[in-house]
Design a protein around this ligand. Structure first.
Ligand SMILES: [Zn+2]
Length: 313
């Protein structure tokens, strides 16, 4: 099973897009953390989406896609590194609320039961010293109607925050996590006039064609085949693929940094109680243990060391 991400352009270059299919990378994420089927499916869609967004935005750094939920799902995170290294995790309530899930998509039932769920997209630059950029959208449309799925949420984000008219579709199952993104090329044809009208037209046609794609096809077919079937009349130019893969950025150093932020008192109280501090990475399940000696070094070394990367673990 292969992992691939293809960027493409249609016709005269008024429309661009990204298609992604995660096989092994997705299997690796599943192997490390199991969740219930609806959460798993959402995490798969989020992983595919983080790769699609990273593939479409011109940006050198980590893209972090989060859903903060107000239902049984508290937090779901998918991260994509500049080299398309991916990781994802989710936190669920231990004892889910007994109330009935609202009718509608899984997203509503999991993360937006009371209408206060939100989606946060963070672009964390690789260059040290640069500030991260964060965009936040609710899980409802402008009229306050709850959005049914992640595709609708992200479409709204891209329209509003990035101001790029976009269409996207996401799907995930036990085997693969896939996505297709189609966008009007930013700035294509200028703001007005016949060129702009033409760019709008090209984009609507591409969306019309893309909308014929079935979820089952997206899950079943390789990205090139999806693009060939949908856009064979549009003169699609497909660029060389990149290979997304599973990659967790955790390390003992990063965990040490987190413990330093937690503070000496807290760490020493855990040490007194258990003899060591154990931290398990939420993303990949790797365990990091700090005994008395490690902990002593932690706070001695901490005085002279510059702060580590701002990322979590
Ligand atoms: Zn990890």
């Amino acid at each position: 099973m292969t992992d691939s991400l293809f960027k493409f352009m249609l016709g005269e270059g008024n429309v661009r897009g990204v298609a992604v299919r995660l096989g092994d990378a997705w299997q690796e994420m599943l192997r490390r953390r199991r969740h219930g089927a609806p959460v798993q499916e959402l995490l798969g869609e989020m992983s595919a989406a983080s790769a699609l967004l990273a593939g479409s935005l011109k940006f050198d750094g980590t893209l972090i896609l989060q859903i903060h939920g107000d239902g049984p799902l508290r937090l779901a995170v998918a991260e994509c590194q500049p080299d398309f290294g991916l990781r994802a995790t989710a936190k669920e309530l231990d004892a889910p609320e007994p109330d009935e899930a609202p009718a509608g998509g899984a997203l509503l039932g999991l993360a937006n039961r009371h209408g206060s769920g939100r989606c946060v997209i963070t672009l964390d630059p690789r260059q040290p010293g640069q500030q991260p950029y964060q965009g936040i959208v609710g899980l409802a449309d402008a009229e306050g109607r709850a959005l049914q799925d992640l595709s609708a949420v992200l479409r709204q984000y891209l329209d509003q925050s990035e101001q790029i008219p976009s269409w996207l579709m996401l799907a995930a199952d036990e085997r693969v996590a896939c996505g297709l993104l189609v966008q009007r090329m930013p700035g294509a044809g200028g703001k007005a006039g016949s060129d702009a009208a033409r760019a709008d037209e090209d984009f609507s046609r591409a969306v019309h064609l893309a909308s014929t794609l079935q979820r089952a096809e997206l899950l079943q077919l390789e990205p090139q085949e999806v693009l060939r079937r949908l856009f064979w009349e549009e003169g699609a130019r497909v660029f060389d693929p990149v290979r997304p893969r599973f990659h967790c950025t955790c390390s003992k150093q990063r965990v040490a940094q987190m413990l330093r932020m937690l503070g000496r008192e807290e760490v020493e109280s855990v040490l007194a109680e258990r003899g060591e501090v154990e931290v398990t990475c939420e993303f990949c399940g790797a365990g990091y243990a700090f005994d008395l000696v490690d902990a002593a070094q932690l706070f001695h070394a901490g005085v002279d060391q510059p702060p580590g990367p701002s990322q979590s673990q």
